[in-house]
Design a protein around this ligand. Structure first.
Ligand code: GLY
Length: 381
């Protein structure tokens, strides 16, 4: 992992030997995408996968970048929302890519947030046994997390991201201009993933966020650039050291075991966005660590107060009622959903717990009864 800078953009290198790639971060990158992609992929044809919202806000910029070239082979526009990460849409996307005539040497471009990136990446990993992939993340969450590191996949009713593949992109273009049109709720949900890097391994970054939260959420360019760059440097370093999550990459799942169960329970709907779910999940991880004496009392309150300043949910009761007038998760449902977590090994759940802000670790020592009692108390909190 290394970093180079020009005046307003920077490049973070993900050091994966012959599969190493650059993450460009800064304004105006979509307008320069055709040239930047050509630098890496030559004159390969490109098929774009995006969603309805991003198509309206960003697709004209990408099409303008390709104007005058013969490289843009076609565009596939999907419904927006987490429910799109499913088998039906995967089949649809693969069918459309074949209809467009995407060949083994061509390139799939994911223009969008985490849903588009994960689905398009998975399609690219299986189409003709694997075609190249460029990620152009347009949400904060995708820029700081899901577009980097090669995790791709879809959800099933049994859980989040349970079907997928590792398929690294050949290039990531994180255009910070795209964040200017991102809905506020999406920005705040992505901010939870930014805070995650501070909480899991970088106390000074958490302190910086605590001092600069208002400018980041106001989309002030230098603050956003610093937040995205610091997050990408952290992610690139973890991915380069442990691409397939045999060890420390699991730390990136801080708050995710709880959060994924809540997301599945809420039906992967607008009721609870991924970043909102892990905001609740990270506070739960700190509370559980406090309760078991792993970290000093009071830290969970500090973390919760920070997420509240970002107007993020921090408790299960903060999840809005469903359209039928409200429900709350049953303890048995949450325990079953958590047991489907990808980190389960021989039935034993692995949790990311904390000794301090900036000091997370992987634990396989969580007792099922203890966990159940804890979640029951959280449901009542
Ligand atoms: N989002 C967690 C990871 O990429 O490992």
């Amino acid at each position: 992992m290394s970093k180079t800078e020009t005046q307003s953009t920077c490049i973070v290198r993900v050091g994966l030997d012959d599969r190493a790639y650059d993450i460009h971060i800064g304004p105006g990158l979509i307008d320069r995408a055709a040239r930047l992609i050509s630098d890496v992929c030559g004159d390969a044809r490109c098929a774009v996968i995006t969603d309805e919202n991003v198509a309206a806000a960003q697709l004209p910029r990408l099409e303008a970048a390709f104007a005058g070239t013969a490289q843009l082979a076609g565009t596939i526009v999907l419904p927006a929302g987490e429910a799109t990460k499913c088998f039906d849409q995967l089949e649809h996307v693969c069918d459309r890519l074949l209809a467009i005539g995407v060949e083994r040497g061509d390139v799939v471009i994911a223009l969008g947030g985490g849903v588009v990136g994960d689905l398009a990446g998975f399609a690219a990993s299986i189409l003709r046994r694997g075609v190249r992939m460029v990620q152009i993340p347009t949400s904060l969450l995708a820029q700081v997390d899901s577009s980097v590191g090669g995790k791709t996949g879809i959800n099933t009713v049994r859980g989040k991201n349970l079907i997928g593949a590792f398929h690294q992109p050949v290039l990531v273009l994180a255009d910070t201009d795209a964040l200017q049109t991102l809905p506020d709720r999406q920005l705040r949900a992505g901010y939870a993933e930014v805070v995650k890097y501070g909480l899991l391994g970088d106390r000074p970054f958490f302190n910086w966020l605590d001092a600069n939260i208002d400018t980041v959420l106001a989309r002030n360019e230098p603050s956003v650039l610093h937040a995205v760059e610091t997050s990408c440097l952290a992610k690139a370093s973890v991915v380069a050291a442990d691409e397939r999550e045999h060890g420390q990459r699991a730390l990136l799942n801080l708050g995710h075991t709880f959060g994924h169960a809540l997301e599945a329970w809420a039906g992967y709907s607008d009721r609870l966005l991924h970043g909102e779910a892990i905001s609740i999940g990270m506070v739960m991880a700190f509370r559980y660590s406090e309760r078991t004496g792993l970290c000093e009392p009071g830290l969970a309150d500090v973390v919760e107060a920070h997420f509240k300043r970002a107007a993020l949910p921090t408790r299960v009761v903060d999840i809005p009622s469903n359209t039928k007038g409200g429900d709350s998760p049953a303890i048995d449902d949450l325990m079953t959903l958590m047991a489907q977590d990808k980190k389960v090994e021989r039935g034993q759940l692995k949790f990311i717990l904390v000794r301090d802000i900036g000091s997370a670790f992987v634990s396989s020592d969580v007792e099922s009864d203890d966990l159940r009692n804890f979640i029951e108390s959280e449901l009542a909190r």
